[in-house]
Every structure is written in structure tokens, then in C-alpha cells.
Write a protein that binds this ligand. Sequence first.
Ligand code: B12
Ligand code: SF4
Length: 469
Amino acid sequence: MNKILLVNPPYNLEVYKENKNFSVHPPVGLAYLASFIKGHGYDVELIDANALNMSKNELIDLLINHPAGIIGITSVTATINLVCRICDKVKESSGKVLIIGGQHATFKAEEILAGCKSIDYIVRGEGEMTLLRLLNRLKINKTARGLMGITYSEENRTISNPPRPPIKNINKLPFPAWELLPRSRYRLNGFQDIGFKGEQLGKLISTRGCPNKCTFCSSAHFWGKPRFRNVDNIFEELVFLTQKLKVRHIDFMDDCLTIPVSRFRELCNRIIGNNLNFKWSCYSRVQNINEELVQLMKKAGCFMVLLGIESGNQEIINSIRKNITLEQVTNAVKLFKKYDIDCLGFFMVGLPKDTKETVRETVDFARKLNLDFPFFSVTTPFPGTELYDWFMSSNLSPGSFQWSQLSTHGATVYRTENLSSEEIKKLYDYAIRKCYLDPAFITKLIIKMIKNPYKLSRYWKLFRTFINV
Ligand code: B12
Ligand code: SF4
């Protein structure tokens, strides 16, 4: 049987020109695919070239010489150019079957195939079942004709088969194949890392999708109606991670772990009732946060929450359909701080209705909240979002541009009716300087460093990276 190799491309090094200060995350999506197809008898290997710090050329050599005849690579908008360059080189020298999947590939499948002839198949949307069905076809030399979820080329035509319905019961999926990942390489940045160091970091995702439909986010379009794993199933994975892999920090990657709140309460109580000895962090929304819930989270071992706040102006928040109020944000942050749970907040600069004034309000709000760390991004119209459709159909878009020009840390093509690309970039720099060079923020940072010397060098390096804008 043909061996299959799944690949996480080296984006830290090749896209972000990595400075070693940021996090290194496991590619959980690929690890899900690996365990699923392995469970169906396929011989699979996973190369996390990102974590292994490989260069593009080292990876290309490895792929060309690897015994696998089928290679699957993951892609998001930021990495698609890199993935296409890798595919072109590998195809040129080896003729292997090349499959790509992931967020960007899903929303831009036909465009990708038109520009990158070396890719054989694009798996759109949720990958497990579609990849398995495709491998089953390839095994018996059959084409992808009619295979749901696949885009491919046939006789110089690009064909997009109908989408595949999502897997109904995600409790039935096998857990990600951690055994195929270089576990000691994974770490979070200085602000999120609680000091257990690489080996013990675990990631878990218990939901596919999000019930909300923020205009800048593709989650609802990608995953469809949200599907939730049950507490028994999540707990089984927690036991596996903590007992078998000796993980001490679990980062829940759900778009919003605290929804639905009944499941979340049950999960916290299950963790409290069993001594698994780990701490955890998660993304949360602010609407359903109250004192009783925060107390429960603390008791269950939560040490950090990440909140999508986006703006400090209520009208801007309403315009992106975030469905939260500034008052809810303030109350939630106060409660998390009261129970000594670190609070990280995400903000966006250059939302469609933003003006210089509203961005300044956002920065003031971020400072007033007294977060442990405020993160800012330049608004970016990713395919699959309402923001993208708006941008592309407006007269603001330059029409054609490189995907690499869409960056969450600096606008080069994106602009709005009120703000030019240059103004957005300046406002982003302003936000960073104003927040990170604030004496109160620096004092807080120094206190944290003193409390946890392990973090000292990592905090310092990250801080330098951020202020170097
Ligand atoms: C964890 C996470 C990260 C982590 C780790 C990323 C990783 N490689 O796992 C970090 C922090 C590094 C990260 C960074 C970024 N991220 Co991120 N991230 C996520 C998050 C929350 C979870 C990813 C995940 O594991 N999902 C669960 C698994 C099961 O899903 P999956 O990875 O998509 O894989 C499934 C399918 O896509 C498909 N599939 C995927 N790859 C392949 C490959 C093949 C061959 C096949 C057949 C199928 C297939 O099958 C898988 C199983 O069903 C998602 C949101 C989400 N809920 O998915 C955003 C998300 C992927 N990130 C996003 C963004 C924008 C970014 C950044 C650009 C942010 C930034 N400010 O820089 C960077 C880009 C990083 C990069 N690769 O260059 C966007 C992507 C939008 C886009 N069009 O690109 C998302 C969708 C968030 C959102 N809703 O807007 N991210
Ligand atoms: S930004 Fe967060 S809350 Fe909004 S749709 Fe995306 S995942 Fe859901």
C-alpha cells in the first residue's frame, strides 16, 4: 500500500521570518486526519516542518526523497503561496500525488488549481471522510469523479464536486495522532506559557464550528452548524493527554469553549471531581460570564482566558455582528482578574467603519481594561468571510493582489472608506506603542517576570519583538 505523508509547511521560518519568540503549535487538524486514515489501515507519517524549523528547500528535498507516493499539505491564506511553491518543486522532480486542504484551499480551490497545476486534488472543508474516500479511490486507480468535497482537474477543466456533508457525530473521531508529532518542540509564547516547557503542552478541540457569525471570521462558513463533543468524550481525551502523555497544560482551541454553558459547567465539574493534575486555557466570549462560572473555572484549573473584544466602540462592535457589549467585556475582565485568571484580549484595527477616533477609543479601552496582554491585529479580509466579500465587491480592492499581502500585522492592500492602508498601519503601530510602552503595563510585566523567572527571557524577547514595529 502506498504510504501517505501529511505535512505542516514551515511558516514560522518562511512566511513570518521567525524570530523564535512566538509560539510553536501542533497541527491538530493534520493529526486528526492521520489518526483517522491510520484507523482505516493506511500507512501514514506526519512531518511538522514548522516545528522542526526546516527551510522550504530542506522540506522539498525530504518530500522528493520520501518513500510516500501521496503527500497531503495543509494551508491557510498566509501559507498558500509557500504551499504552491513546494508543490511545484516536488511535482517537477517526483511526480507524486499532491493533495491540499485547509481553510484557504476550501474557499479558493478553483483559483488555486488554475494557478498551481502541480496540485492534484483539493479537499474542501472537513477533511477526514473526504481524504479517506479519495485514498480509497486512488488505491484502485479510480478518478475523483463525483467524489464529494473534492476539487480537481480533468482534461484541462477544473471540477468542483458538491460539498460533503459534515460528520454527524464527532465523538466517534479518533483522537489526534500525537505519536506522529515532535511533541517536545511545541511551546506557547512567553505570555501564555505557564512554565511547564514544551513536552507537557497539549491542545484539545471539542467543538467544530461556532454559533456566531462575526463578519470577519470564516468559522461558520467553513464548519457549518456547530457540532459539540460530549463531556465523556472530552474527558477521555483529557485522561489520555494527562495520564499517557503527561501533559500539564492543555490549551482548548475551541472557538468558544464556554458555549453551550451547560456542557461547559459539566466539563468543569468533571475536571474538579477527578484529580488529573493539569492547568488549562481557553477562548471565551464575554456574554455568559458571571461570578459563579468564573469561580467554577478557577476551581477546575483555568489559569488563562483569551477574549475576542475587537473594538472599544460599541457601534463598531455592532457593525461586525460580534453581539457583545463593552459593559459585558468590562465585567468579564473584572471577574477573571478577581479570581486571578490571566486575561488576554484581541483587538482589530481598521474595521470597515473604523475612523482614527474609534481606533483611539479601542486603544484607550484596551488600556483601561487592565488586561494581562492586549493583542492587536490589522483587520484582514480572509476568503470565506463577509468582510472579504464586502472588500472584493467594493471599489477599495485593487482587484488583483498576492495572498501574502494580506497580513494581520500590517495592511498593504486592505483599506476602508475612512482609512488608507498607510493610516491603518500607523494606527496599528500607535496601538502597540501606546499599550506596550505604558509604564503601568511594563511594571505589571516586571512583576510577572519576578514571580516566574522561567518566563523572564521569553517575556523579554516577545516584548522586544512587539515594540519593534
Ligand atoms: C489553533 C489555530 C491557530 C494556531 C495553530 C495553527 C495550526 N496549524 O493548527 C496558530 C496560533 C499558530 C494560528 C495562527 C494563525 N491563524 Co489560526 N487558527 C487556529 C484555530 C483556532 C484552530 C485550528 C485547528 O486546529 N482546527 C481544528 C482542525 C480539526 O481543523 P483544521 O486545522 O482546519 O483541519 C481540518 C480541515 O481544515 C481539513 N484540512 C486541513 N488541512 C488539510 C490538509 C489536507 C491534505 C487535507 C486532506 C485536509 C486538511 O481537515 C482537517 C480535519 O477535518 C483555527 C480556527 C478553527 N476553529 O479551525 C484558526 C484559523 C485557522 N486561523 C486563522 C488565522 C487567520 C491565523 C493567522 C493568519 C493569524 C495571525 N494573526 O497571524 C495565523 C496563520 C498561521 C499560519 N499557519 O501561517 C484563520 C484562517 C483563515 C484563513 N483563511 O487563513 C482561522 C480559520 C481562524 C478564523 N476563523 O478566522 N492559528
Ligand atoms: S470571531 Fe469567534 S465568536 Fe465570532 S464567529 Fe468567529 S469564532 Fe465565532
